[in-house]
Design a binder for this molecule. Structure first.
Ligand code: SF4
Ligand code: SF4
Length: 304
């Protein structure tokens, strides 16, 4: 269900300190139009609920198998096997599993449900200069719901921030503008063909929305995930700097080194991770890129 009043989230993380200023509550909304190969949150890519299997928690009791009304589960030498095409995401098996070896990525929540959690940490936001960050997935892919959430936050004078891939209708960003204080905006690859190859979509809409947000005087920080061998090439960094000099000279830039923290989730979702051999960039490489952007007049942070 995805309406203005109800949306699908994967989780809510409290006391986050790397997703905008101060101490923040991060709401992860499900659904993303991109399929970046390095995605650290694969459970947020699809807007539907998805069953995850954690074999190290499984005690082999097989309670889940008998609970499944569509016979989508079987038990073999590697533990529980999920027939994804047979699973209707009813969640009965997750209720039956006392070991939490089966969990559901995806919960339907109302604006009120989420606000009840958000307002619990009002004192932390006030003392730290923090607030709420909408992440994903692509939070803007549930634009109406996100807008209602952001509006509610503003009624409580809570600072709001969105981490966005930039791939949503301009009208969605336009609607969000009065209610979002900070935009953390991903620029991944400037070459359109390469962008399609590694993320599944063209970057034209992303670059266009970026320019429009800057023109609308939004508070934008550019986030560049540094993926070795994919976008840390001289060509891509030069093109990114040229684009930023033209559209947003002097804007804040965050360089985010590639990491492998989300890779174990791919197995749990029966998804393939194609960058298993990729090594994160060295500190020297990150400092080299930082210097390159700084030399072009951009204030740069690494890792946040
Ligand atoms: S109910 Fe849980 S612990 Fe038991 S077999 Fe199923 S997944 Fe494993
Ligand atoms: S979520 Fe429902 S349909 Fe899917 S495997 Fe579990 S019990 Fe079966």
């Amino acid at each position: 269900m995805n309406t203005a009043k109800e949306g699908v989230i994967s989780e809510i993380e409290r006391y986050a300190i790397k997703d905008g200023p101060g101490i923040r509550t991060v709401v992860f909304l499900k659904g993303c139009p991109l399929t970046c190969r390095w995605c650290a949150n694969p459970e947020t890519q699809k807007s539907i609920y998805q069953l995850m299997y954690w074999p190290n928690r499984c005690i082999g009791c097989r309670q889940c198998i008998s609970e499944c009304s569509t016979s989508a589960l079987s038990f073999g030498k590697d533990g529980v096997k999920i027939n994804r095409s047979g699973c209707v995401s009813c969640g009965a098996c997750t209720q039956a599993c006392n070991s939490q070896a089966l969990t559901m990525a995806g919960q339907c929540k109302t604006v009120d449900n989420i606000m009840t959690i958000i307002v619990k940490d009002l004192p932390y936001y006030q003392t730290s200069g923090g607030g709420v960050t909408f992440s994903g997935g692509e939070a803007a892919s549930q634009g109406d719901f996100l807008c209602e959430l952001a509006k509610e936050c503003k009624k409580h004078r809570i600072s709001t921030c969105i981490e966005t891939c930039g791939y949503a209708k301009w009208e969605t960003y336009q609607k969000l503008l009065p209610f979002i204080d900070y935009f953390f905006y991903d620029l991944k690859i400037l070459d359109e063909k390469e962008h399609i190859k590694y993320t599944g979509v063209s970057n034209r809409l992303i670059l266009d929305n970026f320019s429009r947000l800057i023109t609308a005087k939004a508070n934008v920080t550019v986030r560049i995930p540094v993926i070795p061998g994919i976008n840390n090439t001289q060509k891509n960094m030069d093109e990114t700097i040229r684009f930023l000099l033209k559209t947003a000279p002097g804007c804040s830039v965050s360089l985010l080194p590639y990491h492998q923290l989300g890779t174990s989730k791919y197995d749990k979702l029966d998804m393939e991770y194609t960058l298993a051999d990729l090594v994160p960039p060295s500190e020297q490489e990150m400092l080299r890129l930082k210097e390159q952007f700084e030399n072009s007049g951009f204030p740069v942070r690494i890792g946040e």
